[in-house]
Design a protein. Structure first.
Length: 251
C-alpha cells in the first residue's frame, strides 16, 4: 500500500472543498442531483477516513505513524468542516423544496380564483368569472341597501363591461328599478325597454313591462294600459301578468 503523503491529502481535500460548493449551487436547481451529491460526498469522506485508519494500523515505523496521526487530526478537522457544509447544503435543499411547494400552492390558489364558477341564475346554470360575480353582487347590494343612485351607476357600468354576462338581463332590470326608485321614470322606461329588446326570454322581461307600466302611470301616460295588455298577451303565465290583470280591472 502506498504511503499517504501530505501533498496527496492536500490535493484530495482541495478537490473536495472545491467540489462541494459547486454541488451546493447545483442542488438548489435540481433536488435529485443534490441528494446524489450529498451521498457521494459522505461516501468519499468515509472512504478517506477508512483508508487513513488502515494506513495507521499497518505502519510499524513510529515516525511515520506520528506523521499519519497528525495528518489524521488535520483530516478530522477538514471532515468536520465538510460535514458542516453538508448540513448547510441539506438545509438549503429543504428550504428550496419548501419554497417550491409554497410557490405552487400559491399559484394554484391564484389560478383557482381566476377560474369561472358555475352559478344558478333564475333557475338556469351559467359560467361566471369571479370578477364578473363580484361586480354584480356589489351593484345589487347597493340596490338592496337603498343607495339607488350608486346602484344605478354600478349597474350601468356592469352592463357596459359585461354585455354578454348571464347576469346582464338582471342587471339591466335592476338598473330600471334603480331609476324608478329615484322617480326618474323616463330613464326607467328606457332601461326596461332594453330588457325587452335584448332579453325577451328572460324571466325578468314580464317584470320589466310591469315596471314600465308603473312608470307610465306615474307620468300619466295613457300608454300604460296598452303596456299592461301587451304584458298579459306576451307573458300570460307570469306573475306580472296576474298583477296586470288586477290593475286593468281596477282591483
Amino acid at each position: 500500500m502506498k504511503k499517504l503523503t501530505q501533498t496527496g491529502l492536500g490535493t484530495a481535500l482541495l478537490a473536495a472543498t472545491l467540489w462541494l460548493p459547486l454541488q451546493a449551487h447545483a442542488g438548489l436547481f435540481d433536488d435529485d442531483e443534490a441528494r446524489k451529491a450529498l451521498l457521494d460526498l459522505r461516501a468519499k469522506v468515509e472512504a478517506m477516513r477508512a483508508d487513513l485508519n488502515a494506513r495507521i494500523d499497518t505502519k510499524s515505523d513510529k515516525s511515520s505513524t506520528l506523521d499519519l496521526v497528525t495528518q489524521n487530526e488535520q483530516l478530522q478537522q477538514q471532515i468536520a468542516q465538510l460535514r458542516g457544509q453538508i448540513e448547510v447544503l441539506a438545509n438549503d435543499i429543504a428550504n428550496a423544496q419548501k419554497r417550491q411547494k409554497d410557490f405552487y400552492v400559491d399559484l394554484d390558489t391564484r389560478l383557482r380564483k381566476l377560474e369561472p364558477r358555475e352559478v344558478t341564475i333564475d333557475g338556469k346554470t351559467a359560467q361566471v368569472d369571479p370578477g364578473e360575480q363580484r361586480a354584480y353582487d356589489n351593484a345589487y347590494k347597493l340596490f338592496t341597501s337603498g343607495d339607488y343612485k350608486a346602484a344605478a351607476t354600478a349597474l350601468q357600468e356592469f352592463v357596459q363591461r359585461y354585455p354578454g354576462s348571464s347576469y346582464a338581463p338582471n342587471a339591466q332590470y335592476w338598473l330600471g328599478n334603480s331609476y324608478f326608485a329615484q322617480r326618474d321614470c323616463k330613464s326607467a322606461i328606457s332601461a326596461q325597454l332594453v330588457v325587452l329588446k335584448n332579453y325577451p326570454d328572460s324571466p325578468k322581461a314580464p317584470d320589466a313591462m310591469l315596471n314600465m307600466a308603473s312608470c307610465q302611470t306615474e307620468l300619466k301616460d295613457k300608454a300604460a294600459k296598452k303596456t299592461l295588455q301587451d304584458l298579459i298577451k306576451q307573458y300570460p303565465d307570469s306573475t306580472a301578468a296576474e298583477t296586470a290583470k288586477q290593475r286593468l280591472s281596477g282591483k
